[in-house]
Ligand binder design. Structure first.
Ligand code: NAD
Ligand code: IPM
Ligand code: MN
Length: 345
């Protein structure tokens, strides 16, 4: 492997702060990377009206991977940056697997009484290119008492099958070999039926994987009462979004939750980012925990086949987390420094 070509989109709010620490740790891991930073986000939008110019999108296709902080800012109407920048990247680069581990590291406090690392260790395979996120919608008689707003969910046989197959393979590669489909087949009868039939039709390809089903409301409950039920979860884009914030909460907080927007066929670069957003409430204060971004960097290295470097970063994070209780309050850059030191040393 030569030099890694990495595109960096720090984005808005704490995005810039946590990405700096992710890059610090990448450097400490001795990974040779040539990084190019893109100023996409609220600032660029205000200056030029651009969210994601086509030329930039085309340029991004040429990288080995993309590291993103977070996008979204109170000064920009909701949806502009989220949809036209972040979701457009996921759609255009065909990130149909949104990989979100929910893993409690030793020494980390969980709000789930009596639960330990052996109880909270799952991977949510969230569909990334369809569902309500891709659906068309519209509004009639806006602003009147008779307003009608629609927001459809798109689910294709092709799109569901490919993410389900990926999740089965993921489950097969883990010791428990258990896959849970999470949906809402009792209400969303068309989409739920497609998901259910797809799981049933692919299951025979993975005879050693145990298949389970859980409605999303019950799954939300089990996340906080009995998380050990879950090994690999496969679910719709929106359910996966919500479940992984709950997942973050039970595994030590949103500041620790990593994710990868993965294009498994590698027809375009995959994109790694923390699960959290731009956190305007704490932006610019050095209060953000960069650990989620550092773990996203580890996921990126793993995806790129740099498994040794990935494991080293993850071990450094684990060691940092194990001693965190006694470490006192540290700033964003102090946490980055401490993890970087462990990675290098
Ligand atoms: P958020 O994740 O930004 O913040 C929720 C809460 O968690 C806040 O109290 C915040 O301070 C805290 N938090 C988040 N990350 C943290 C970290 N690393 N360390 C410590 N605390 C942290 O979610 P939100 O407030 O709902 O959204 C804010 C903006 O971010 C919105 O514009 C939203 O659209 C956007 N957003 C973007 C992404 C993304 O880019 N992937 C993800 C989620 C939200
Ligand atoms: C996430 C975020 C995004 C999502 C938003 C900002 C579009 O919440 O990455 O979890 O809903 O996917
Ligand atoms: Mn989210």
């Amino acid at each position: 492997h030569g030099t890694l070509k990495l595109a960096v989109i720090p984005g808005d709010g704490i995005g810039t702060e946590v990405v700096a620490e992710g890059l610090k740790v990448l450097d400490a891991a001795g990974v040779k990377a040539e990084t190019t930073t893109y100023d996409l986000g609220a600032k660029r939008y205000h200056a030029t009206g651009e969210t994601l110019p086509d030329s930039v999108l085309e340029e991004l296709r040429g990288y080995d991977a993309i590291l993103l902080g977070a996008v979204g800012d109170p000064s920009v109407p909701p949806g502009v940056l989220e949809r036209d920048l972040l979701l457009r990247l996921r759609f255009e680069l065909d990130h149909y697997v949104n990989l979100r581990p929910v893993k409690l590291f030793p020494g980390v406090t969980t709000p789930i009484a009596g639960a330990g690392p052996e109880d909270i260790d799952m991977v949510v395979v969230r569909e990334g290119t369809e569902g309500p996120y891709a659906g068309a919608g519209g509004v009639l008689r806006r602003g009147t008492p008779h307003e009608i707003a629609t927001q459809e969910s798109f689910n294709t046989a092709y799109g569901v099958a490919r993410v389900v197959r990926y999740a089965f393979a993921k489950a097969q590669a883990r010791p428990r070999k258990k896959l849970t489909l999470v949906h809402k087949t009792n209400v969303l009868t068309y989409a739920g039926d497609l998901w259910m039939r797809t799981v049933e039709s692919i299951a025979p390809e993975f005879p050693d994987v145990t298949v389970d089903y859980c409605h999303v409301d019950a799954a939300s409950m089990f996340f906080v009462t009995q998380p050990s039920r879950f090994d690999v979860i496969v679910t719709d884009n929106l359910f996966g979004d919500i479940l992984t914030d709950i997942g973050a909460a039970i595994a030590g907080g949103i500041g620790l939750a990593a994710s990868g927007n993965v294009n498994p066929e590698r027809t375009a670069p995959s994109m790694f980012e923390p699960v959290h957003g731009s956190a305007p409430d704490i932006a610019g204060q050095g209060k953000a925990d960069p650990t989620a971004t550092v773990l996203s960097v580890a996921m990126m290295l793993d995806h790129l086949g740099l498994t040794e470097a990935a494991a080293r970063v993850e071990r450094a994070v684990a060691a940092d987390l194990a001693e965190r209780a006694g470490a006192g309050t540290r700033s964003t850059s102090q946490i980055g420094d401490d993890i970087a030191k462990r990675v290098a040393g």
